[in-house]
Design a binder for this molecule. Structure first.
Ligand SMILES: Nc1ncnc2c1ncn2[C@@H]1O[C@H](COP(=O)(O)OP(=O)(O)O)[C@@H](O)[C@H]1O
Ligand SMILES: [Mg+2]
Length: 356
């Protein structure tokens, strides 16, 4: 059937760039597998495994920072350090500009993010809401993904125990350390206590800070918020007793506070930018990956089922020029929408140029 595949991909939103975190992780094509060396995935796992402290992921908006972070978070749950499995915790800071300079507020947000991911009863739920109501945010978009990370595989060391049991234990411990008043005088907002408590449960805390990009939409371009966050929250977290990973848009890397912490960070991992031939290879693999992942039929599909060579050239140029995989995927999604009245067998350069 002519255009049947494109119709199916359109119906399933195959090229939607805004995916929930577990889907971002599932759709991630490891850059190491595309021959990019050193592989950012390996660099990130090694940085977290090496020592406690801060690791920075830097890249343009849409370059793939969240994709890399969520994928690596899932891999970390399969690995151990000193006999403790990792517990990555994604902390959403997008809506968090009022408390951006305040480590105690950030700590509460992290603890609330973990609690929100665990089985919580009605009483505890209202306490959680009180914790997160002031200065922080009501948005906890990472909840489902954090639950997957926290409950994955239960306990380390091959002990067969359901993740749900572990979740109940963990919830009790987290509620105890965050009981009313307990954190009032702790400048770290309980993050150090959280890390210690998790070690007793044989878990190694990895705080992952997501979506600092979103501050760019603030009226002043987010520079003040970002500066306050790097100076007030991340500077004191340069050498904490646990690992912290932060995704930062390239524009924040010009800030004084960024340079100051960057020198003392465990690692800085740059999401690569690409020359034209490289961009073509990368976007070809990502498109093929999205088709296979969307159809879920266990067949390795290829980009040429969807796009001709000229169309791939347009996407490659877009990726090279913007450094943004999101931007290239958006062109593809918009083109599919545009031709949805009458799908052609494959998309051509001309189809894409009309949307680009
Ligand atoms: N290595 C990759 N493999 C598959 N998809 C990717 C990859 N890198 C980026 N993407 C896709 O590009 C889009 C933007 O990536 P994202 O991680 O959200 O960018 P950032 O966080 O840097 O703004 C997402 O839809 C994501 O799925
Ligand atoms: Mg992101």
């Amino acid at each position: 059937m002519s255009g049947g595949l494109l119709a199916e991909l359109y119906a399933q939103g195959a090229f939607n760039p805004a995916l929930p975190q577990h889907e971002l992780a599932a759709a991630h094509i490891p850059l190491g597998r595309l021959g990019i060396s050193p592989a950012p995935e390996r660099l990130l796992i090694d940085a977290v495994g090496q020592t406690d402290g801060l690791t920075l992921i830097v890249g343009a908006s849409g370059a793939g920072k969240s994709s890399l972070m969520t994928y690596t978070a899932e891999r970390l749950t399969e690995l151990e350090r000193d006999g403790r499995r990792y517990l990555p915790l994604l902390v959403p800071v997008a809506a968090h500009s009022a408390g951006a300079a305040n480590l105690a507020t950030f700590g509460r947000l992290a603890i609330a993010s973990l609690l929100a991911a665990l089985p919580v009863g009605a009483d505890d739920r209202s306490r959680l809401e009180r914790m997160t109501a002031d200065n922080v945010t009501r948005q906890l978009p990472s909840k489902d993904f954090n639950a997957r990370l926290a409950l994955r595989g239960g306990l380390p060391g091959g002990v067969a125990r359901a993740g749900a049991d572990f979740g109940v234990t963990l919830r009790g411990e987290v509620l105890a350390i965050s009981s009313p008043g307990a954190l009032d005088h702790d400048p770290y907002g309980g993050l150090d206590e959280l890390a210690d408590m998790l070690r007793v449960l044989r878990r190694e805390l990895v705080i992952m800070v997501e979506d600092t990009d979103a501050w760019a939409f603030e009226p002043d371009g987010g520079l003040e918020t970002a500066q306050a966050f790097f100076a007030g929250v991340l500077a004191p977290l340069v050498s904490p007793g646990f690992s912290v990973v932060v995704a930062a848009q390239t524009r924040w890397s010009g800030l004084d506070a960024f340079s100051a912490i960057s020198e003392r960070a465990v690692a800085r991992i740059d999401v690569p930018t690409y020359s034209l031939p490289r961009a073509r290879e990368v976007i070809t693999a990502i498109v093929a990956g999205r088709v296979s992942w969307t159809l879920g039929d266990r067949i390795d599909h290829s980009a040429s089922e969807v796009l001709d060579d000229g169309a791939l050239d347009v996407l490659a140029a877009r990726l090279r020029d913007t450094g943004s995989v999101r931007s290239a995927l958006s062109v593809l999604r918009d083109t599919l929408t545009k031709v949805s009245a009458d799908f052609p067998p494959v998309l051509t350069r001309e189809h894409l140029l009309e949307s680009a």
